[in-house]
Design a protein around this ligand. Sequence first.
Ligand SMILES: O=C1O[C@H](COP(=O)(O)O)[C@@H](O)[C@H](O)[C@H]1O
Length: 223
Amino acid sequence: MSFAPPRIVPPESLAQEAAAWMASSLQDALKTRPRASLALSGGGTPGPAYRALAAMKLPWERVDVYFVDERFVPPDHKDSNYRLVEDTLLKPLGLPASQVFRMQGEREDRDAAARDYEATLPPVLDVVLLGMGPDGHTASLFPGHPAMEERVRRVLAVVGSKPPPWRMTLTLPVLNSARAVLNLVAGEGKADAVRRALAGDLSLPAARVTNTQWMLDPAAAGR
Ligand SMILES: O=C1O[C@H](COP(=O)(O)O)[C@@H](O)[C@H](O)[C@H]1O
């Protein structure tokens, strides 16, 4: 298994380029289907890309927004991935709740929340934006965690090694069946994990998402 060479983008253009990739992947999906699904990550990297995407002209009434992972916190919590997406994309677009499929991080029964989210997912996601932490986690799949081996369930509640620990995540079969996947990674602290994933180190979840394109800033690319 090998990846296409990563695209290395100057930091000042990264958000715009990632947004352009999402917009064009959504347009591709909408050429052949009435609606397109967009699954988004949280964390510190993608916010500016979501703001740039919100400014792009698309038939937004045909786009449904899903989540790659979520922390078990309420939706208005500062660590909520939903809150990030709400602030940077959903509110600027004024996207109605009927087009937003939120992972319910406020639920006490975490396994039930994961099962319920699984029931909302389309059979195949059209466009997925991933990220990667310095420890090599992607979505909320952490290196060495048994969730990396899940083959049947599409959404799992897991305990990760990054705070907040309790999370909900899409599993590798979902990510690997998606039509277009971008891994957007920035920052020097991630260069080692990026190098290992691109070299095919299967202990890293990102190395197991085989249909991914990579977009890196020079620091994450080790330059
Ligand atoms: O915890 C998370 O981390 C990853 C990577 O985020 P970053 O802050 O290093 O950009 C993110 O993709 C994931 O959605 C998030 O829950």
